[in-house]
Design a protein around this ligand. Sequence first.
Ligand code: CIR
Length: 257
Amino acid sequence: MRFSNAIVRIPGANFAQGLTTSGMQSPSVPRALEQHSAYCRALTEAGLKVTVMPADEEYPDGTFVEDTFIIAERVAIATRPGAMTRRGEVASVASAMSQFRRDVEQIVPPGTVDGGDVCQVGDHFLIGLSARTNEAGAGQLAATLARHHYTSSTIEIRGQSSLLHLKSGITYLGDRLFVVAPGFPPIAGFADYDRIEVAPIEAYAANGVRINDKVFIAAGFPKLAATLANLGYRTCVLDTSEFAKMDGGLSCLSLRF
Ligand code: CIR
């Protein structure tokens, strides 16, 4: 699948007041801004037209735009994020999306879905049941996707405290190949797909993103970088240290379509 657009949102001055379970030190906002602009440059270099939304001080987690929408070729779905403090992020992203997609579907109460829990594999969607995405939300999402001729299945990640979202532990590279976190469970229906299981010390690197001809991976994970290079992938290595402190990674920072 080729992408031609991305939506991102600049981190706000109160970025450090967002939700986090990382136990790491507080992020530096100036460094987050630098890393974010390097990320935007990399999206542009990968061939995407980048729509940059201004920071919104009401939502310190607002830079993690991936959680607010699920966008596929045949459908765009506004989510209802699992964290109360993040629900209001969706409206402004929906208004940025309106220049690209006219018919937007919606997750409604009591459903909750975070886009970070949704991993597209061709015409199939893996939906993580997490602390953020509940059964009602996953059910609505599956039904909406089915109306647009996509299939889906759920993966239980509520027992896995190291995974905030499904995509914290899995990246689909295309080519019937996944990158997964250590011990990631077998995926029903995908037994014949290959997987690169990252080393325990590189668990964070399981969150990456394939964008056109490149695979974006986080800096500081040389084993995964070498494995991907050996397989012939062009990698784009980006420093995400300040986003990791807020439980975020490369996929969360953009919506791609
Ligand atoms: C949160 O807890 O919601 C944010 N601090 C991090 C969200 C990361 N998003 C993602 O993995 N898709």
